[in-house]
Every structure is written in structure tokens, then in C-alpha cells.
Design a protein around this ligand. Structure first.
Ligand code: FE
Length: 203
């Protein structure tokens, strides 16, 4: 068992409390719901995952950094300025030709905020949390990731103690690209393990 700060019932209660608070603030005209949505979108899709993308791009470009990341991800990531709550104990897991890594939190929604921002809604859904463990290959296929039969899938259960960052495989045809260009290829889903990094041709 891993130590979680909250279980399902408490998470649901917290969600309900947040919704109630948001409703009151909106009703009183104190916040604009569109502004709230924009902030959530920013942290779910833009600011957060772009940090992780920079970490991945550096790992692809700099073997010494990749080694440091493998040895102590928390320190390596902090050296790029990404640290804070929900990122205190990071572990980087590297996809290879023989192994694909997938991250889930089976009990709630543990997620590495400093490098990925806020978790997407599906990450918190009971179906994902259960099926990622039971039938990861089928779940990956639904995300559009079809792996060779002989590729092993390792599923990592995030906890309050440890948060995982998947380092996707570097796409082919990226030899000449610098870190900034490489980071553009790194999607949020590829760092959860539900996707692959984009091909430079496709993007
Ligand atoms: Fe959790």
C-alpha cells in the first residue's frame, strides 16, 4: 500500500467543495468562469507540460543529463528550475525499443505538477485508473499507441511518495534539432506514457 493524502471519497468531497466555492464566486461576480477555464487550460495543456518537455529534450540532447535524470530525477529536474509541490520525489522512466512505460495513480490522481501541470480529467477517471493496470495494451491502443507484441509494458503507480515522468523515445529524423525544437515534439501524453513523441515530419 502506498500512502495517499486522500482517498476516493475525500477526493470527491473535495471536488464538490471546489465546485461549490466556484459557484459562489461566480454568482457573486467575483470571478469570471471563462477566466477560470482559461487558467485551468493553461496549467493542464500549456505551462505545465512544457516544463516536462524541456526536461525530455535535454535528456535526448545531453547524455550526462540523461544519466543524472536516471540516477536522481528530483535533483536533475530541479537543476532546470522545476520543483515544488507534488514534485518532491521524481523518478524518470525511459522508454526503449523493448520497454514502454505507462503512469497511473490507481488510488486517486497523484501527478508530477512541476513538470506536467494539472492532470487531465481522464487521468482521474476510475476507468483509466483500473484499466491502465489490468489491460494497459488495450488502453494504449485507445490512445492511438500500438506497440509491437514483444514490447514489454511497465505500469508505474504514482503515489504521494513518488511521481513518475516518462521519457519517450526520441523520434527518428531529429538528429539536427536543438533542444527547443525537440521540446516541441514532446506531448503531455507522451510523458504519461499514453502517447509517443511527435515525428518532426508530422509536426
Ligand atoms: Fe494518488
Amino acid at each position: 500500500m502506498h500512502d495517499h493524502p486522500h482517498g476516493d471519497s475525500e477526493l470527491d468531497e473535495m471536488t464538490a467543495r471546489v465546485r461549490a466555492l466556484e459557484t459562489i464566486l461566480v454568482d457573486k461576480g467575483l470571478v469570471d468562469p471563462a477566466a477560470v477555464d482559461a487558467i485551468i487550460d493553461t496549467y493542464e495543456n500549456k505551462v505545465g507540460p512544457r516544463n516536462g518537455a524541456q526536461v525530455v529534450a535535454r535528456a535526448w540532447s545531453d547524455p550526462a543529463f540523461a544519466e543524472a535524470l536516471a540516477q536522481d530525477a528530483t535533483t536533475a529536474i530541479a537543476s532546470m528550475g522545476f520543483e515544488g509541490r507534488q514534485g518532491e520525489h521524481m523518478v524518470a522512466v525511459f522508454n526503449t525499443e523493448t520497454t514502454h512505460n505507462l503512469v497511473v495513480c490507481t488510488l486517486c490522481s497523484c501527478y508530477p505538477w512541476p513538470v506536467l501541470g494539472l492532470p487531465p480529467v481522464w487521468y482521474k477517471a476510475p476507468a483509466y485508473r483500473a484499466r491502465a493496470v489490468r489491460e494497459p495494451r488495450a488502453v494504449l491502443a485507445e490512445f492511438g499507441v500500438t506497440l509491437p507484441e514483444d514490447t514489454a509494458i511497465r505500469v508505474w503507480d504514482s503515489t504521494a511518495e513518488v511521481r513518475y515522468l516518462v521519457i519517450p523515445a526520441r523520434p527518428e529524423g531529429t538528429e539536427g534539432l536543438d533542444e527547443a525544437a525537440l521540446a516541441e515534439l514532446v506531448t503531455r501524453d507522451s510523458m504519461i506514457g499514453c502517447g509517443q513523441a511527435k515525428s518532426p515530419v508530422a509536426s
